[in-house]
Design a binder for this molecule. Sequence first.
Ligand code: CA
Length: 261
Amino acid sequence: MRILLVEDDNRVADALAGALRRNGYEVRRAANAVDALAAPAVDLVLLDLGLPDRDGIEVCRELRARGGVPVIAVTARGGEPDRVRGLRSGADDYVVKPFGTAELLARIEAVLRRSMSQRAHEARLVTVDGLQIDLGRRAVTLDGQPVPLTRKEFEVLAVLVRADGAAVPRDRIVVEVWQTTYEGMSRTLDVHVATLRGKLGRAGSVVRTVRGFGYRLATADGVAPATVPAAPPAPDTAPDAAPAPNSDCPTPASPPMAADS
Ligand code: CA
């Protein structure tokens, strides 16, 4: 696993890099925002928010915006507003200096585990009412015909797909798709949902409004979308064979909510 360590204090960076390498991680280092944003792809970024050239929170947003690499924000500032700002910037977790190596390693493991399970989750197809949503390939088809969506429209749909039929609050969709907590974006979300429904044609009603809350993905009778693994079946699998108990299939979608309110 490759970790990008972004830290302008060399003494801190030396100590952290040593601890990470001793625990089996491959470490790349950057001492400022410019180098951090120019670094090659890694599996996780450990990002000091107090950087000499740019606000670490902006750096965090940019890192997250390109491909969703998990980020753990590191800071000397421990006040609640800064923690909240760090988390809202898109960081997956937040540690405050000084912290113990064991704590940091545990957080890294947890974030990597979540990120890997999310990626496994992404490599799948979801079908609902003739609509097929392929998160891995970022492709949507209706009755086999491609449905051209803009990036943001697709991301709104993807947030709902990942929720497995559960209702997703509006502000969470806005944070995940637009990386902002600005309340005015709620209207933008509605506009995107309206065009998304239009493009999905007869399947547009699967994007259901949960009044006063947000949106969810479900068929007209309230059934959550069916999930099938994206990987092709093994060639020697008999069609009527029971699934292997240790198969990599994602867990079935959670049961639908009782009713939309
Ligand atoms: Ca610093």
